[in-house]
Design a protein around this ligand. Structure first.
Ligand code: MG
Length: 299
């Protein structure tokens, strides 16, 4: 069987014909938030309903990194390599310091509790950008069922003052997010309810030198499924989750090809020795595939 579906012939040069989609670990309930630690040669990811962060290493296999995890979802690393986590259960974004202590980055806006931070990126100026849909407080499955106090916004945390600003307020359920390699563009998934008439697309915003956003038009509509999370390669292609696998989308917005994955994909991240491996979190399992592409050289 082929692991790929080519839409644009250029996609054939992005994949390695004999590289498999390999299952690394399975038995989870809903995995999300993969983040690569090259210095520790390991992958961290969330198993949200089981309230834990897992660790996978090619040397030692699978183990539990943190439990309980406060129903952590998306992760990234900041400019010092520290783990930044979105936590549904505590409705906050946290940072794990080098000594293991936890610092709260954001848990409220104008006196109201955040909903359930979902995904997060750090810009090269140190600012922390995160989405705050209500998925983690709708039921007790991925957090604690609770009242929504704020709209589903995208926020920015200032690296100097720690002030929190609303950057996007007109989304349905902002979800995955990433900057283009030169950071002149911010991509944000907007998802609503899966397999419904709600938005299932990625929007693109222009980012000026002060960090202000403009634009926000629909960049690409995911079909089938939705874009829960994505990462960018060094050439600016977007590698996004979808219902049938991972979709590779050109910076111009058209679909180039797909990696077919046997489970519903939630998110991806680049890692491995040369940042040419794509780790894929998909429902009950984590997969990896080697590509002829490199992840963007940022956290
Ligand atoms: Mg997400």
């Amino acid at each position: 069987m082929s692991f790929f579906e080519t839409i644009d012939p250029i996609f054939d040069s992005y994949v390695l014909g004999n590289a498999p989609v390999k299952q690394l670990a399975t038995g989870f309930d809903w995995v999300e938030g993969p983040v690569w630690f090259g210095d520790a040669n390991c992958l961290l990811f969330s198993d949200i309903p089981n309230n834990r962060i897992m660790r996978w290493s090619p040397d030692t296999g699978i183990s539990t990194y943190r439990a309980p995890s406060n129903f952590a979802n998306g992760h990234t690393r900041d400019l010092e390599g520290r783990l930044i986590s979105c936590e549904h259960g505590t409705r906050r974004v946290s940072r794990t310091e080098h000594d293991g202590t936890i610092t709260v980055i954001a848990d409220s806006f104008e006196g109201k509790r955040l909903n359930s931070p979902n995904d997060v990126v750090v810009k090269s100026d140190g600012s922390i950008w995160f989405t705050d849909p209500h998925y983690g407080i709708m039921t007790n499955y991925e957090g604690h069922k609770s009242e929504q106090e704020l709209p589903c916004n995208l926020y920015r945390v200032d690296p100097h003052t720690s002030a929190i600003s609303v950057m996007v307020s007109d989304g349905n359920c902002p979800n995955g997010l990433a900057f283009s390699p030169d950071e002149t563009r911010l991509y944000m998934a907007d998802t609503g309810r899966m397999f419904s008439d709600d938005p299932q697309h990625i929007r693109a915003f222009e980012v000026d030198t002060s960090g202000a956003l403009s634009g926000g038009d629909i960049f690409h509509v995911i079909e089938p499924g939705c874009s829960d999370g994505f990462r960018i390669d060094a050439d600016g292609n977007i590698w996004s989750s979808a219902a049938d696998g991972v979709h590779c989308i050109a910076p111009e917005g058209h679909l180039l090809g797909k990696i077919l994955v046997p489970e519903l994909v939630s998110n991806v991240c680049f890692g491995g020795r040369a940042k040419q491996q794509l780790f894929i979190t998909a429902t009950t399992s984590v997969y990896v595939i080697s590509l002829n592409r490199q992840g963007v050289q940022k956290p």
